[in-house]
Design a protein around this ligand. Structure first.
Ligand code: PFF
Length: 444
C-alpha cells in the first residue's frame, strides 16, 4: 500500500474532526433517554467513571494504533501484528460501524424531518408533541425518505474528500451548536418548576437503579466517545506526527461530556416543568422512550419567543452534528473496503450506502430490529472491541512503540507517572472492568 494517505491539515481541524465524530445524536438524543432510563444522577456518575477510567485511555490507544499503522481499522491490526488473528478485532469494528449506521441513520432522518417541520412552520401549531412524534413513527415511508436522504448526504461528504468534507463542516458549526445549547440550558433552568428536573439529574438516588446500570453507562460512554470500533484508529491514521494524543483525547472527551450534560440540563428541567402530571413524571421518564428529545424540546421552544427560529436553528445544527458523526462511521467502513479489496473509493462508498439503506429500511419498519441494533452495538460490540484494543495496546504492542507514539518520538514531554498510569489503566483496569461489567450486566 504505497499510495500516499491524506492527513488532516491543521491541529484545530484534528480536534474538531474527532470531536465532530464524538459529539452527535449520542449526546443529545441517546444520553438523555439513557439517563432517564438509568434513573438520573447515579447513571451520570457511573458514566463519568467510565469516561475517565477507560474512555480516555482507550481513545489514546486507538490513536496509537491508527498513527503507528497509517491504515484502516482492519489493516492496522494486520500491519502491526502480521500473521496473527488480531485482524478480527478490526473486522469486528468495521461490522460495528455498519450496525450502528443501520439505526443511527433513522434517528438522523427524524432530525431532518423535525428540521423541515420547524422550517415550514408546521411544528409551530402543534399542541400534542408526543402525538406529533408518534405520527412520524407511525409513517415508515416518511422515515425511510429522510433516512435515505441523510445516508446520501453522508456519502456525498465521504466522496468530497477527507480534508474538505470533514474538517470544514466540523470547524465552523460545532461552536455555534455549543452556544445554542448553552442558551437553551439557561432557558430551561429558568422555567418555573425546573428544580425537580435538576434534582433528578444531579442528586443521586437509588430508587430507580437497575442491575444493568453499569453495562448501560459503559455502553453509552463507548458510543458517545466513538471508541471500541476503530473510528479513532481511522482518524488517528490521518493525524500528523506532532499531535499530542493525550491532550486531544482529554479535550475531545471533555467537550463530548459537556455537550451530553448540557443536553441533560436542557431536557430534564423542561420535562419536569412542562409536564401536566408532576407526580408521575420521574416514573414516566424512567419508563423512557427514544422520543424524549423530539417531544420535550419542541415543547420548550414553544415557551420561547420566536419559537420557530430557535427550533429551526437547533434541528439544523443537530443535523450537522449528526452528519459529522455519520461521516466518521461511514469513513471507517469505506476506507476498509477501499484499502482491503480492489474497490475504488467511489464504489466502496456506494456499496456501504446501499447496505446502510437496507438496514435503515428494516429499522424504520420494525422498532424491535432498531432496538436490537442499538443494544447489540452499544452494549456488546463496542465494549468487546474496546476490551481487545486495550489488550492489544497494553500487552501485545511493543512498549517502546507505544511510548514513541505517546511522546511523538521523544519530542513531547510526558511525565513518567502519567505514562505509568496510562499503562496500568490499559493493562489492568480497563480490560478487567469491562469484563466484570459485561458479566455482571448479563447475569445481574
Ligand atoms: N459518537 C457518536 C455520537 O455520540 O453520536 C456516534 C458514533 C460515531 C459512534 C462514530 C461510534 C463511532 F465510531
Amino acid at each position: 500500500m504505497s499510495e500516499k494517505r491524506v492527513t488532516f491539515a491543521s491541529k484545530i481541524g484534528i480536534v474538531a474532526a474527532a470531536a465532530g465524530s464524538a459529539v452527535g445524536l449520542g449526546n443529545i438524543w441517546r444520553f438523555p433517554s439513557q439517563t432517564a432510563d438509568g434513573g438520573g444522577a447515579i447513571f451520570i456518575l457511573v458514566y463519568i467513571g467510565c469516561i475517565l477510567f477507560f474512555g480516555i485511555p482507550l481513545m489514546v490507544s486507538e490513536f496509537v494504533v491508527g498513527r503507528a499503522s497509517r491504515a484502516n481499522t482492519a489493516g492496522a491490526f494486520h500491519k502491526l501484528a502480521p500473521g496473527t488473528q488480531w485482524k478480527w478485532v478490526g473486522r469486528l469494528g468495521v461490522l460495528t460501524g455498519f450496525v450502528i449506521m443501520g439505526f443511527y441513520m433513522v434517528v438522523c432522518g427524524w432530525t431532518l424531518d423535525y428540521f423541515f417541520q420547524s422550517l415550514s412552520g408546521n411544528l409551530h401549531g402543534v399542541t400534542d408533541f408526543s402525538g406529533n412524534f408518534n405520527t412520524l413513527l407511525g409513517n415508515p415511508l416518511r422515515q425511510i425518505g429522510w433516512m435515505i436522504l441523510f445516508t446520501l448526504l453522508t456519502a456525498f461528504f465521504i466522496l468530497s474528500g477527507v480534508k474538505k468534507g470533514i474538517e470544514q463542516s466540523a470547524k465552523i458549526l460545532m461552536p455555534v451548536l455549543f452556544l445554542l445549547l448553552m442558551i437553551l440550558a439557561i432557558r430551561s433552568v429558568l422555567l418555573e418548576g425546573s428544580a425537580q428536573g435538576l434534582n433528578f439529574l444531579f442528586k443521586p438516588s437509588m430508587e430507580h437503579v437497575k442491575p444493568t446500570l453499569f453495562l448501560d453507562a459503559m455502553g453509552q460512554a463507548f458510543f458517545s466517545l466513538s471508541i471500541g470500533m476503530g473510528c479513532m484508529i481511522t482518524y488517528g491514521s490521518y493525524f500528523n506526527n506532532d499531535i499530542n494524543f493525550t491532550k486531544t483525547a482529554i479535550q475531545v472527551s471533555l467537550l463530548d461530556s459537556l455537550v451530553a450534560i448540557l443536553a441533560g440540563i436542557i431536557i430534564f428541567p423542561s420535562a419536569f416543568a412542562l409536564t401536566a402530571n408532576p407526580g408521575t413524571i420521574a416514573n414516566e421518564l424512567v419508563a423512557g422512550g427514544p422520543g424524549l428529545l423530539f417531544i420535550t424540546l419542541p415543547e420548550l421552544f414553544n415557551q420561547m419567543p420566536l419559537s420557530m427560529v430557535w427550533a429551526t436553528l437547533f434541528f439544523c445544527l443537530l443535523s450537522v452534528a449528526a452528519l459529522t458523526s455519520t461521516i466518521s462511521l461511514m469513513e471507517v467502513v469505506t476506507v476498509y473496503l477501499h484499502e482491503e479489496y480492489p474497490l475504488s473509493r467511489r464504489k466502496s462508498t456506494l456499496l456501504v450506502s446501499i447496505g446502510v439503506i437496507i438496514l435503515g429500511v428494516i429499522s424504520s419498519l420494525s422498532a424491535p430490529f432498531f432496538n436490537i441494533l442499538d443494544v447489540a452495538s452499544a452494549k456488546f460490540m463496542l465494549p468487546l472491541g474496546g476490551f481487545f484494543i486495550s489488550l492489544f495496546v497494553g500487552w501485545y504492542l511493543d512498549k517502546q512503540l507505544v511510548y514513541a507514539q505517546l511522546t511523538n518520538e521523544g519530542t513531547l514531554k510526558q511525565s513518567v507517572w502519567f505514562l505509568k498510569i496510562y499503562i496500568i489503566l490499559l493493562r489492568y483496569v480497563a480490560p478487567i472492568a469491562i469484563l466484570a461489567i459485561f458479566i455482571y450486566g448479563l447475569t445481574g
